[in-house]
Write a protein that binds this ligand. Structure first.
Ligand code: ZN
Length: 464
């Protein structure tokens, strides 16, 4: 609703556009955005569902699908999207043929979870349990003792065709029960979870034997015998919530990184400028190293940028001139200082929830941020009064990596690594702040509204 209002302002009174952009965030508008984010997260139990929901947002905003397998005829003023593997999507807006570069926000669609193996049913202790394996690096403990379910995609035979279908068993279906403390007195002293022994979810009594695939088929509305392939994952059933004495926190599964993905899509729908291609890229498989055909370590982004260039009748040299004139925001959530573990945070760079967008730094360039890209991003945020914070790891603790440096190996351009501050990263129930999504939407929209012109040697001009 907030952005509907904004759209009206923008079309009716162009001059009011900046007034709206810089006006103070109110509790009413950030709560509205927080609720919208929670709905998006709950409707996105797998990376396939997340991309489907992004595609729906883009389609409703007038974006047209172009397919990698077909010829592209792009037009000035056009808005487009392309998907790969149903789990990665790139949306872009074309101002015209004479663009200077690309302004890109990258994020990821996947989250750590457990994947259902082939032939998953196992009989044990009067129960049927499911054989699963880890997808990504999760915190195991919070997966226990809570209703879980299963979502993902199926590939189904339809005559001579093989067709992909999304499936979500939308009910409390499985559970991973803890072992009683009486049988493991040391559990609170730290426990090494064995993925093959401890993490297998209970599916039903012995009565449920042989029913797993028929239950999945029924949920997808297909015949069991027609299912030839599946990518199915566990997800947490606990609904998202806004909580705290002053309703300041927001918790749900998959905040990392759907909070950034959602914000980037909102921004690419609202923002645009006359000198560059606005791009929102959401990649799958970040949590397992990005090295798949649809991950950030694939040719997906490069292929799309080259095809935009080519289909507008531009030369190879024009593409090679456009890339160094481009800018990327690699947006992946960041760690807020934990109230019970403040000592593991860096002594001087200490992000807090609801205090703005986090710029991430790392001397070894696990994060791409440098003086130039940090300056560009800070200048953008300052223009719309969005607060920024900084993150580095303690010098004696190794951190994670993300999309920016991996993507830069394929398309090399000035990049800043940022994220929204959160607790409990890689838990199936993560916590962030109600205000921060609005901050990122605001800054990202300003990014797409600005003409960021590289003058070479780290010099930039930020125009309207
Ligand atoms: Zn992430």
């Amino acid at each position: 609703m907030l952005y509907e209002k904004y759209k009206c302002f923008k079309s009716i009174f162009f001059v009011q556009h900046h007034f709206f952009i810089i006006m103070e965030l109110t509790r009413e508008n950030y709560n509205e955005t927080a609720k919208e984010l929670l709905t998006f997260l709950q409707n996105s139990p797998s990376c396939f569902h997340a991309v489907k929901n992004v595609v729906d947002m883009l389609t409703a905003a007038g974006f047209t699908e172009v397919k990698e397998e077909e010829s592209w005829k792009l037009e000035a003023g056009g808005r487009y999207f392309v998907t790969r593997n149903q789990s990665s999507v790139i949306a872009f807006k074309v101002p015209g043929k004479d663009f200077k570069g690309f302004q890109i926000i990258a994020s990821h669609s996947d989250s750590p979870t457990f994947k259902i193996k082939e032939n998953p049913e196992m009989e044990a202790a009067h129960c049927i349990k499911l054989n699963v394996e880890k997808y990504g690096g999760m915190i195991c403990a919070p997966w226990f003792d809570r209703p879980l379910s299963i979502a993902g995609r199926l590939v189904v035979s339809e005559g001579s065709r093989l067709v992909s279908k999304l499936v979500n068993v939308d009910r409390d279906l499985v559970m991973i029960p803890n072992l009683a403390i009486h049988m493991n007195r040391q559990v609170n002293d730290g426990y090494a979870y064995n993925a093959q022994k401890d993490m297998l979810p209970v599916f039903g009594s012995l009565e449920a034997k042989g029913t797993f695939m028929s239950l999945i088929a029924e949920a997808a509305g297909v015949k069991e015998e027609d299912i030839l392939g599946h990518d199915l994952f566990l997800y947490n059933r606990q609904p998202g919530t806004i909580w705290g004495a002053d309703e300041t926190f927001l918790s749900c599964g998959r905040l990392d990184d759907l909070q950034c993905a959602f914000s980037s899509v909102k921004a690419v729908i609202e923002g645009e400028n006359s000198s560059s291609i606005s791009v929102a890229a959401i990649f799958d498989n970040e949590e397992v190293g990005s090295g798949t055909k649809q991950g950030a370590d694939s040719t997906f982004l490069k292929d799309v940028l080259e095809r935009i260039n080519d289909s507008l009748g531009r030369t190879r040299e024009q593409y090679l001139m456009a890339v160094p004139s481009s800018f990327m925001i690699s947006a992946d959530n960041a760690h807020a200082v934990h109230p019970n573990h403040a000592d593991v945070a860096d002594p001087t760079n200490r992000p807090a929830i609801n205090e703005g967008i986090v710029i991430k730094y790392n001397a070894n360039q696990k994060y791409t941020t440098d003086a130039v890209s940090a300056a560009v991003f800070k200048a953008l945020c300052k223009k719309v009064q969005v607060p920024v914070q900084t993150f580095t790891n303690r010098s004696d603790i190794a951190g994670g990596s993300t999309l920016g440096n991996i993507s830069n190996a394929h398309v090399s351009l000035n990049t800043v690594d940022i994220g929204l501050p959160q607790f409990a990263m890689h838990s199936p129930y993560e916590t962030a702040g109600v205000k921060d999504t609005c901050y990122l939407i605001k800054a990202a929209t300003e990014f797409f509204n600005s003409c960021i012109v590289a003058e070479g040697n780290g010099n930039y001009s930020l125009g309207e």
